[in-house]
Design a binder for this molecule. Structure first.
Ligand code: PHE
Ligand code: NA
Length: 506
């Protein structure tokens, strides 16, 4: 007899955990820059369209699959159709790979949280990040692309992140994961809220907001702007990763699904726009201090925004150390709760298929991922490896997973209506036929176009000028590894064969 399935303690715990997964580094360092570069104020149109036509519909589909078939991604999808188990393992593989590098960024943020108190990065924040802190090796030419030269300043916080992750996963869904989110989400709102309000009162803040919100309506005619909007929504809502399938499987039988779904989706987007205010107000201040226009600043997204541009802002502010501590503390909390959610997918899948206990799964997966994380990314060549794996896992892996999900459920198996009835059977807010239309028609068409355009771009243009053998190995190789892992894991034997399952009647 398999043990009773774990459960969230209730609606609030579920919502906070789902928001904890969604609100991550992407909200803070990705959204503001992406919006700015893709039409500013006009970006809101493609962004909202993407949220309403793909984000929320696929979020609901994930919920329906997980709740109706009560399993992590491989098990729930196997119960939809046996051979779909492979798609579940594909998602597990993506989660595993993302966790391996996502933890590294949290480790950096942890270091910078400590550095904030003494403004330890000095005046040359770029040199400090890549030189003093990461000790990046030059790659290319005769220099190595891989080294095992460990950087202790990264390695130590990284080991801490993994230890904390193992402990929380071992404690379980309600006592571990949910507890961390119930504490960290309000704390994150408080810390980040303070930061945004402070930023809005800095000199130059208005110019920053102006730069962010001034609409460039012409951008709406550019297909790349639409692709950017859809991909931001995907990554940001954590959909098609198996995460929301897994989380929904921990809800009670009569759990309302759609209303909390709307809450999660709007909370995530709200946080994103809020982060846009804070980040651009702060950038406006930096431009003001340097006597340049906001448009002339560089490093407006990603690791460079967080670890080079922000420290420069902090150094020029009165009581900057506090601002820095709030910023990096927020990154740690937002990132860590997302990391937990990704690893819960991996842990739950192994527990179900191989009969591991929760503790065994937490320890084994945490140790293996932790070792990989340390050897691949806490060395002097860690940053380029991270950047490359991230690009392929997100841009190819996730989108492919979403395409397969919608095409198989919508077209091949024609199970969309079953899922819709399930959602409506348990939820207060009913979903109409517009939902099925998004899953069956819009989703597959838009997502396939997006996937093809990305594959073509990566093949023809490469990435960041890295050597092509390196991209083949670390980029395409990673995706190939996902496929192999999916095949191998789905062909392995179930410890308890799960095929006598009857879905809940709706
Ligand atoms: N949604 C998170 C963010 O916006 C990132 C994330 C990606 C979380 C993948 C889980 C899985 O940063
Ligand atoms: Na997000």
């Amino acid at each position: 007899e398999p043990a009773k399935r774990e459960e969230f303690s209730g609606q609030l715990g579920f919502i906070l955990s789902a928001v904890g997964s969604a609100v991550g580094l992407g909200n803070i360092w990705r959204f503001p820059g992406v919006a700015y570069e893709n039409g500013g104020g006009a970006f809101i149109v493609p962004y909202l369209v993407a949220l309403l036509t793909a984000g929320i519909p696929i979020l609901f589909l994930d919920y329906a699959v997980g709740h109706r078939f009560r399993g992590s991604a491989p098990l729930a999808l196997r119960r939809v159709k046996r051979w779909l188990e492979g798609l579940g393992w594909f998602q597990v593989a993506i989660c595993f790979a993302i966790a391996v590098y996502y933890a590294v960024i949290i480790a950096w943020a942890l270091s910078y949280f400590v550095y904030s108190f003494g403004l330890q990065w000095g005046d040359d924040t770029a040199g400090f990040f890549t030189g003093t802190y990461l000790q990046l090796a030059d790659v290319g030419g005769a220099d190595p692309w891989f080294t095992l030269d460990f950087v202790p300043a990264v390695l130590i916080p990284l080991v801490l992140v993994w230890a904390a992750t193992i402990v929380v996963l071992a404690a379980g869904v309600a006592k571990g994961l949910e507890k961390v989110n119930v504490i960290f989400m309000p704390l994150l709102l408080l810390a980040f809220g303070t930061l945004v309000v402070r930023a809005l009162f800095l000199p130059g803040a208005v110019d920053g907001l102006d730069a962010l919100f001034t609409p460039d309506w012409g951008a709406m005619l550019d297909p790349n702007v639409w692709i950017a909007a859809y991909s931001q929504i995907f990554f940001s809502l954590s959909i098609a990763f198996g995460i929301m399938i897994t989380y929904a499987s921990y809800r009670k039988r009569r759990a309302n699904l759609t209303s909390p779904g709307f809450v999660v989706a709007f909370a995530n987007s709200g946080f994103e726009v809020f982060a846009g205010l804070g980040v651009f107000a702060a950038l406006g201040f930096l431009a003001h201090e340097q006597g340049v226009a906001v448009g002339e600043l560089e490093g407006l997204t990603g690791p460079i925004l967080a670890f080079v541009t922000f420290p420069a802002i902090v150094s020029q502010m009165p009581i900057g150390w506090l601002f820095g501590a709030l910023f990096f503390g927020s990154l740690v909390m937002a990132g860590y709760t997302s990391l937990l959610s990704i690893l819960q997918v991996v842990s739950a899948s192994f527990q179900e298929k191989f009969g591991w206990t929760r503790r065994q799964a937490a320890l084994r997966i945490g140790v293996v991922a932790g070792i990989l994380s340390v050897t691949a990314f806490s060395t002097t060549t860690g940053l380029i490896a991270l950047d490359t794996v991230d690009q392929w896992a997100n841009n190819i892996g996730i989108v492919a997973s979403a395409v397969i999900t919608t095409v198989v459920i919508g077209w091949v198996l024609r199970r969309t209506e079953e899922m819709r009835f399930h959602l409506n059977g348990v939820s207060t807010i009913q979903v109409g036929r517009w939902w099925s239309f998004c899953i069956v028609v819009l989703g597959p068409v838009v997502l396939t176009a997006m996937l093809v355009s990305r594959i073509v771009t990566l093949i023809t243009e490469g990435y960041e000028g890295y050597a092509s053998w390196y991209l083949n190995l670390m980029g395409w190789g990673t995706v190939a590894l996902f496929v192999v892992a999916a095949l191998v894991l789905s062909l392995m034997r179930w410890r308890v064969v799960p095929d006598d399952f009857v879905a809940w009647p709706t």
